[in-house]
Design a protein around this ligand. Structure first.
Ligand code: ACO
Length: 203
């Protein structure tokens, strides 16, 4: 099921489930944007080129979809004007008395600076607080990641603390800020707050 759309300076942003035919575009962006992405992503033992080859996507995609079927994850492609430009993932979806999840995203360097991540995050959070019926959404971000911190702030996330040496990112244990938003902090929806603030319009 697609989520959105919202119009921002860069174009029309929509979230939709990842699909097998995203392979070529996903691989092209991930390979050419290594320097843009790698400083912010968890370290792995696997070589970047191998991990992001076109042939790697089917198993990445089916792994994400299998988690989605179990209700633990909501893995979205971010489409800008109908083209795949990044991913937004909602993970560790927990119901019961916690009703919480984490959220993370990336956008291709060619599509940054035009509000794409902010719109995608707003749509993702609204989906969590709407149909998924969560109460809290959290994210972790490196203090040095100024662009992502700006995105989280624009969507209404607030800082809760500093997690020391939290995650192995780009080859070392890195501090991360924990940020969160709960449904009580949202006036209507995050998307409508962006529209009211002049950051987006309804598409
Ligand atoms: N210093 C200060 N502010 C900056 C800088 C910078 N160097 N670069 C960008 N910004 C600001 C922009 O001005 C803008 O804020 P504004 O609208 O208030 O002016 C904001 O950062 C970016 O907002 P968007 O245009 O909505 O975001 P964009 O589509 O450019 O995507 C993103 C931002 C997702 C961080 C992208 O650069 C990216 O994919 N980076 C690499 C991967 C990454 O860092 N992912 C996030 C990890 S953390 C997480 O997932 C919770």
């Amino acid at each position: 099921m697609a989520v959105g759309p919202l119009r921002v300076a860069a174009g029309v942003v929509r979230l939709r489930p990842v699909r097998l035919r995203d392979a070529a575009q996903w691989s092209r962006i991930r390979l050419s944007d290594r320097r843009h992405l790698e400083p912010w992503e968890p370290s792995t033992d696997m070589n970047w080129e191998v991990r992001h080859a076109v042939s790697a996507w089917p198993s990445v995609c089916s792994g994400l979809r299998s988690e989605a079927r179990k209700g633990r994850m909501l893995p979205y492609a971010i489409d800008l004007d109908g083209q795949f430009v990044g991913q937004l993932t909602i993970g560790n979806v927990t119901h019961g008395a916690l009703r919480s999840a984490w959220i993370g995203y990336w956008v291709s360097s060619a599509s940054t600076g035009g509000g794409v991540a902010t719109a995608a995050l707003a749509l993702g959070v609204d989906h969590c607080f709407g149909p998924v019926m969560l109460h809290r959404v959290e994210a972790t971000v490196r203090p040095e990641n100024t662009a992502s911190r700006a995105v989280l702030t624009k969507a209404g996330f607030r800082e809760e603390g500093l997690l020391k040496r939290y995650l192995d990112v780009d080859g070392a244990w890195r501090d991360h800020l924990l940020v969160a938003i709960t449904i009580e902090e949202v006036n209507g929806s995050v998307s409508s707050a962006l529209v009211r603030g002049g950051h987006a319009s309804w598409a």
